[in-house]
Ligand binder design. Structure first.
Ligand SMILES: *Cc1c(COP(=O)(O)O)cnc(C)c1O
Length: 223
């Protein structure tokens, strides 16, 4: 029952208006089911193969978020089962999501992923690239995606000051985009930042979505 206890602890730690996406990567459907049975409905996966394998094994009313690097040739597989794609990092990817969403007759919520960490390896846009996307006439024409905000990952470090700066930077990117392009669009309202190690710092900096795995399931076993 430790999973249920962990869930209650994390829920208590998060303000009502912050959405909890439980990151279920590497966890089996049986284990995810325990969280579902404890009442939670919103889960995040970072690999296409894993999401499409698990989704049919679990209840239909789960809201799946895709949070990992996404290749265009795999978009088709996840569009029918995903509520939100948090990892949009190019216009070409967004265009592919829109195309497949048209085919599936759905509207997919999307977040623009930003590179805010000092590490080279983390994916994501710079502000200028995001502005090019939303300025583009191609974006203007897309009817089946809805941009809902931004997502980012802080540097993996114990340096709280650095993490706080990075989250604050993401919030300022959000505000810039909101003011310039989305001031009449109430759907553009999400700042997805904060994981097990840093979600309190993220919430202090204005996070509206946290993505948490380890605090719920314990350390992951990568096989
Ligand atoms: C794995 C992952 C998380 C959750 O990490 P934890 O430290 O286990 O909470 C959050 N966001 C992304 C993008 C991830 O890949």
């Amino acid at each position: 029952m430790y999973i249920e206890e962990n869930l209650r602890k994390v829920e208590q730690d998060i303000p009502e208006n912050v959405k909890l996406v439980i990151v279920s990567k590497t966890q089996s459907p049986e284990v995810i089911r325990k969280v579902y049975d404890a009442g939670h409905r919103v889960f995040g996966e970072n690999k296409v193969q894993e999401l499409v394998a698990k989704q049919p094994e679990l209840p239909e009313d789960i809201e799946w978020h895709f949070i990992g690097h996404l290749q265009r040739n795999k978009v088709r597989q996840i569009v029918p089962v995903t509520a939100m794609i948090q990892s949009i990092d190019s216009l070409r990817l967004l265009r592919e999501v829109n195309k497949e969403a048209v085919n599936a007759n759905r509207v997919i919520d999307c977040l623009l992923q930003f590179h805010i960490a000092t590490e080279e390896s983390k994916f994501g846009l710079e502000l200028k690239e995001a502005e090019e996307i939303v300025d583009s006439p191609i974006y203007e024409e897309m009817q089946n995606i809805r941009l809902c905000g931004v997502m980012g990952m802080a540097t993996f470090t114990d340096d709280k000051k650095l993490i706080t700066q990075e989250f604050s930077h993401l919030r300022s990117i959000f505000q810039k985009l909101e003011n310039t392009y989305f001031s009449n669009d109430p759907a553009f309202r999400e700042i997805s930042m904060g994981m097990t190690g840093d979600y309190r710092l993220a919430i202090d900096q204005g996070s509206t979505i946290v993505r948490i795995g380890t605090a719920i399931f314990g350390p992951r076993n990568y096989v």
